[in-house]
Design a protein around this ligand. Structure first.
Ligand code: HEC
Ligand code: HEC
Length: 342
């Protein structure tokens, strides 16, 4: 680890915010959604008559869920539906489905400065997926970033946010994933440089930067604000992309939501705190809710790149009340002046 402080120093000199080398997780999120976009573009070009890959995957998953849920009671059904809703909000399907691959069988390549990560098979296949997992195994993976065999996951899997989901919601996600078509596809090993290829340093990273624990509602705020905070922080993980990161790839807590200068295709992410000059302080709640539904910003421009996928696969599928709640929460954040540099 000897060279790391030096790297941090040079990063400080070059960038006001150190977003460059540190934004590796952001890069991963971005390249996952970019890969999805490329896959969809390819699919559209190749077979104009076929529906786009994203929706095919989603509807297959939905149909399977419906089929299995039919047999159970209505309480079980409601849990599966709740899980399906969270699954979209949290973009699980975007990361866990490879280009042209079977839904949730994993294998999507996530490029980073440390090498390439491949997402895991999270279908209920007993050999290659998570079919053999107990409820506790699943809750622990999301809550603590730990596998059933006790090894730590890379934070490329955003358990840093998912830890905040309630236990009930984690179990609902599991109930939903249990209804998905099992796929016997082995996980592809990550292709990482020598240092990050060891899993033990993740333990150090977690000790420094990972704060396990479920979301705690703020009793001083209303139900809508708390619902919005819960969704944004625990499920839709807005801050994972919209925050600067240090050289170790950890979100700079004091600058959450103030945007990242580099990371997504070199372009960074905008400041979404309600700062009037550099953030979205001139947006009303309904403008933000509309953006999260349709993708059009107040000046009439449409969301591009990673955000288009967050909207299409995630926030557009939420209820209007939930989008309004997220908007209320985001616009209540402390304004931070930070102009995103391209
Ligand atoms: C930004 C991309 C991304 C998103 C979004 C994401 N994951 Fe993952 N997930 C990963 C990566 C990468 C791994 C592999 C981590 C590792 O090998 O250390 C992973 C691993 C997992 C594992 C462990 C599988 C195993 O075989 O050990 C589970 C379970 C999982 N994810 C479930 C989910 C669920 C549920 C969601 C939605 C709530 C989700 N993931 C959303 C990237 C993502
Ligand atoms: C996978 C990364 C990612 C996630 C997760 C994400 N965003 Fe974004 N967001 C982006 C990118 C990239 C842009 C820039 C889009 C563009 O260039 O059109 C963006 C743009 C925006 C904008 C437009 C700001 C402006 O000034 O034009 C808003 C508002 C926004 N996001 C809000 C959110 C909210 C709220 C969430 C959580 C519900 C969220 N984002 C989650 C990557 C992300």
């Amino acid at each position: 680890m000897g060279s790391l402080p030096e790297a941090r120093g040079s990063c400080r000199r070059r960038h006001r915010r150190c977003g460059g080398a540190g934004a590796w997780l952001l890069l991963m999120l971005a390249s996952a959604v970019a890969a999805q976009q490329t896959a969809e573009q390819g699919a559209r070009a190749d077979q104009a008559a076929a529906p786009e890959q994203g929706s095919t995957a989603a509807s297959e998953v939905r149909d399977t869920a419906r089929g299995k849920a039919r047999g159970g009671g209505s309480a079980a059904n409601a849990t599966v539906e709740r899980g399906r809703y969270l699954f979209h909000a949290a973009l699980c399907g975007v990361c866990h489905t490879a280009k042209g691959g079977k839904p949730l069988a994993g294998g999507r390549a996530i490029e980073s400065p440390f090498g390439t990560f491949y997402t895991s098979n999270i279908t209920p296949d007993p050999d290659y997926g998570i079919g053999g997992w107990s409820d506790e195994d699943f809750v622990r993976a999301l809550s603590e970033g730990v596998s059933p065999s006790g090894t730590s996951y890379y934070p490329a899997f955003p358990y840093t946010s998912f830890t905040k989901l309630t236990r009930e919601d984690k179990l609902a996600l599991k109930a939903y994933l249990d209804t998905v078509e099992p796929v016997a596809q082995p996980n592809r090993p990550h292709e990482l440089a020598w240092f990050p290829a060891w899993r033990w340093p993740i333990g150090i990273w977690k000790a420094l930067y990972f704060h396990p624990g479920t979301f705690q509602p703020d009793p001083a705020r209303g139900d809508t604000w708390n619902r919005g905070a819960y969704l944004a922080e625990a499920a839709t993980h807005c801050a994972e992309c919209h925050s600067p990161r240090n050289v170790f790839g950890a979100v700079e807590q004091g600058a959450r939501y103030s945007g990242a200068d580099a990371g997504i295709e070199g372009g960074g992410t905008p400041n979404i705190t309600p700062d009037k000059a550099t953030g979205i302080g001139t947006w009303t709640r309904s403008m933000l809710a509309f953006y999260l539904e349709i993708g059009m910003d107040p000046s009439g421009d449409f969301a591009g790149g990673a955000m288009a996928h967050v909207i299409d696969e995630g926030t557009a599928k939420l209820t209007a009340d939930d989008r309004a709640a997220i908007a209320e929460y985001i616009l209540s954040l402390p304004p931070i002046a930070h102009q995103q540099e391209d």
